[in-house]
Design a protein around this ligand. Structure first.
Ligand code: PLZ
Length: 456
């Protein structure tokens, strides 16, 4: 058992880390607790932490902390390290770029990496039409820019979003996000001309899952027509699988119906693939599952193996509608982040991470469905690829059970398994392992989860 090295400078991270769970202290350990006390004194209270173990290195399927514990990672830093932490190609390319130059500002004196990332995005996103991309720093910034672009193209202002949707924490994206607490509470007023319509949530659709897609699409379209007016709508923005909202997979048929309505009415259809993108669901992008080709697609998270990068990609005529100088930002498409993205995309192709994600999905869904038979509080098991969730309810019905969700997450944390929660009602346990997760750790993680349910 190796003690955690003290200086971050000498840490070999990435795939060379021992792929094992190892608990040598309680979680969080004493050093993490000391750091958490410093955090409380130094960092704004509004910035929360799910599991206050302080990380020294991470790679493959594990996260190592300052106390020498090694935890199994079912979170990927919220769907970011799809290629694993410190993936070799990401480290190599980003390090070389760091040593060459760190920033010039693409809007001042450009560089190839930005263009190469745009070319990759144009090629990998659905549809063989001519495309353009623009790069930004965060998911929220990408969504904001998708709205700017759609408004410039359509010369309309309204934006339509969905129940349970999540799009970010900036002012406009708070308006687009559904859930009040913790994202919006006390932070208004919000950007105007944003309209929320129903989403096809099969598990909670009152007339039953089989009616969900058609009824939800009809309701959404009726609300747009009657309350907004289709010809006032610049963009409809939807996550093909809703992330923070609880890994809600809209009933099959819903996405194509909404995309078709957008097309017929000159509305820009935007797929927010920030959480679902880059092999996460077993395809490059989740909207491919139903053959939906969005006009614009927003990406971030998985794109650059952990470095901050985001993008809007879409039809050339829409993307080019914003005037020169209308889009940008000091750091957008930073050269180190672009180099990391090229390493990340290369890794996804080389290791066929779509296949790995699908395998993770099979293993997880199988185990979780048998767990559901034993535990009445597991109301629903859902997801695709390595984006899997269970929704917890009170026994005998569908009333959300956020208390059990928090308790089971806590029990998993104590055993060295990083799991996240989600959902409008806070009653969803979500699993987002790195796609390079070794199978023995995936199975061990599921054993821990099973134990947490058994002792609840
Ligand atoms: N769109 C679909 O999932 C970010 C949020 C974590 P940023 N989701 C994680 C938190 O509590 O802040 C997300 C997303 C979808 C947009 C975003 C926003 O991406 O990079 O966090 O701005």
């Amino acid at each position: 058992m190796s003690a955690a090295p003290s200086s971050a400078g000498q840490l070999p991270g990435g795939p060379s880390l021992p792929q094992e769970r190892r608990l040598v202290t309680a979680i969080p350990g004493p050093k993490s607790q000391e750091l958490q006390a410093r955090k409380t004194a130094a960092v704004a209270a509004g910035v929360g932490t799910t599991l206050p173990v302080y990380v020294t290195r991470a790679g493959g399927g594990v996260v190592e902390d300052v106390d020498g514990n090694s935890l199994i990672d079912f979170g990927s830093g919220i769907a970011v390290t799809n290629v694993g932490n410190a993936a070799q190609a990401v480290v190599d390319r980003a390090s070389a770029q760091l040593a060459a130059f760190t920033h010039t500002c693409f809007m001042v004196t450009p560089y190839e990496g930005y263009v190469a990332v745009a070319e990759q995005l144009n090629e990998l996103t659905p549809g063989d039409h001519e495309k353009r991309s623009a790069l930004f720093n965060s998911g929220a910034e990408a969504v904001e820019n998708a709205v700017k672009i759609a408004r410039a193209y359509t010369k309309r202002s309204a934006v339509v979003v969905f129940d349970h949707g999540y799009h970010g924490r900036t002012n406009l994206t708070m308006a687009l996000t559904a859930k009040n607490m913790p994202y919006k509470h006390g932070f208004g007023p919000f950007a105007p001309d944003v309209h929320r319509v129903p989403v096809a949530y099969p598990y909670r659709w009152l007339t039953g899952a089989e009616n969900c897609a058609a009824e939800a699409a009809a309701q959404a379209i009726d609300m747009i027509n009657k309350q907004v007016g289709a010809d006032n709508v610049a963009a409809i923005i939807i996550e093909p699988i809703q992330g923070e909202g609880g890994f809600i997979e809209p009933a099959k048929g819903f996405l194509p119906a909404i995309a078709e309505f957008a097309r017929a009415n000159g509305i820009v259809f935007v797929a927010d693939e920030i959480q679902t993108g880059f092999c996460r669901t077993g395809q490059w992008f989740a909207c491919e599952d139903e053959g939906v080709v969005p006009d614009l697609i927003t990406t971030a998270k998985g794109i650059a193996g952990g470095l901050p990068l985001a993008a809007v990609t879409g039809r050339a005529e829409i993307m080019d509608a914003a005037h020169a100088g209308g889009l940008g930002g000091t750091y957008g498409g930073n050269p180190v982040a672009c180099a990391a993205a090229l390493g990340s995309i290369e890794t996804m192709k080389e290791l066929d991470l779509n296949a790995k994600a699908r395998r993770i999905g099979e293993v997880m869904l199988d185990r979780l469905r048998s767990l559901q038979e034993k535990h009445e509080i597991i109301g629903d098991v859902r997801g695709r690829g390595a984006m899997i969730a269970v929704e917890l309810v009170k026994p005998g019905g569908k009333e959300p059970n956020p208390e059990a969700t928090a308790a089971i997450a806590k029990a998993c944390h104590a055993e060295g398994l990083v799991v996240l929660t989600a959902g409008t009602y806070g009653n969803v346990l979500r699993f987002l392992p790195p796609l390079v997760m070794p199978e023995h750790l995936l199975l061990e993680g599921l054993d821990i989860l099973e134990g947490a349910f058994a002792s609840h």
